[in-house]
Design a protein around this ligand. Structure first.
Ligand code: PGA
Length: 335
């Protein structure tokens, strides 16, 4: 058995992550010589070099890489243990890292309020970004839970549908198609259009539908924010397709109207997802259960007209089957 202290393992892990004694020292509020002494002692205990220095940067040796993996397992086990103990004590404590797609920012903060009141010991970090960036964050295992609309095929996920997220055509109140019903989609040919940026799930869904029906809009502007698109529509730059949630607070009484175009709304759902192999913390499990069991009641209050996905508190779906519009097959039952 190697004689290493937890402190030495923490120092080693930070050094490996930064590839630098100095940066590890900064992160841990230690001096640089303290860090290098701890690593030296650990190296002696292991009996093989853990780093090799090339230029100013430290690189892990094979033994170092193995030790880093072991450290990560130990620390994540300890985190789980700490949270399980807090749970046994009846105090849910710890951190919840959430990443949500842009449209979910219209309701997730409202759901977080009552959750935080129930569990005041929980710290939440919330990242709002587009589909592509969420996928990158999944690959890097950056978060505990993700709220998405188009589950990617990779990485492997457990996904749970919970609410509808319809995409509608939004135009200015005085648009010639305003007030008309069931307008053929071909009428959008040549329309001035404001498009979301590449990497956006909304853009992908719109392009897929337009391609399927040979619709060719004139993209005047590409914008990376739903709010900016609303301003562009109000400013007369064209029409767009956005999630209904983006206009729910102002409704259609203001500067916008929903155009009734054939094949719209594009029916989509929100899913809450976690990486398939990830051991969820007690806090994440609590938030997942809260979202699936209670989001619909809260959403009925805040977002009338948005429906819950049937059985959303019971099943996780196969993301590969859900990528399109198929109903998806049941993978796992939620506890
Ligand atoms: P996006 O996702 O921000 O990537 O367009 C929004 C959504 O899919 O609802």
């Amino acid at each position: 058995m190697i004689h290493a202290t937890l402190h030495q393992l923490k120092v080693f892990e930070a050094t490996a992550r930064h590839g630098s004694f100095t940066r590890a020292a900064e992160e841990l509020y230690l001096t640089q010589p303290t860090v290098s002494i701890q690593v030296k002692q650990l190296t002696k205990a292991v009996g093989l070099p853990l780093f090799e220095q090339i230029g100013k940067r430290l690189y892990l040796t094979q033994a170092g890489q193995k030790l880093l993996e072991t450290c990560q397992e130990i620390f994540s086990g300890l985190d789980q243990f700490e949270m399980a103990i807090s749970d046994l004590k009846g105090l849910k404590q710890g951190q919840l890292r959430l990443a949500v797609i842009t449209t979910a920012k219209y309701f997730v903060p409202r759901l977080l309020g009552p959750f935080c009141q129930r569990f005041p010991g929980i710290d939440i970090s919330l990242k709002v970004t587009n589909h592509q960036h969420i996928q990158e964050r999944m690959t890097n295992n950056d978060d505990d839970l993700y709220i998405i609309s188009s589950p990617p095929e990779q990485p492997d996920l457990k996904i749970y549908p919970f609410l509808e997220n319809p995409l509608v055509v939004i135009g200015p109140k005085d648009h010639p198609l305003a007030g008309k019903t069931n307008v053929p989609i071909q009428a959008l040919n040549g329309e001035q259009f404001v498009m979301r940026e590449p990497g956006s799930g909304t853009r992908y869904a719109v392009q897929k539908l337009f391609e399927a029906h040979n619709v060719d809009v004139k993209v005047r502007l590409e914008l990376g924010s739903n709010e900016a698109i609303k301003q562009a529509i109000a400013g007369g730059l064209g029409i767009s397709v956005l999630s209904l949630h983006t206009i729910i607070s102002e409704g259609t009484s203001g500067e916008f109207t929903i155009l009734d175009i054939e094949h719209f709304p594009i029916e989509r759902h929100w899913y809450v997802a976690s990486l398939a192999g990830k051991q969820l913390s007690v806090v994440s499990e609590a938030f997942l259960a809260y979202l699936l069991e209670e989001s619909h009641t809260l959403v009925e209050k805040f977002l009338p007209g948005i429906n819950r996905v049937p059985n959303s508190d019971k099943v996780a779906l196969d993301p590969k089957a859900e990528g399109g519009k198929s109903s998806g097959k049941v993978l796992t039952k939620t506890p």
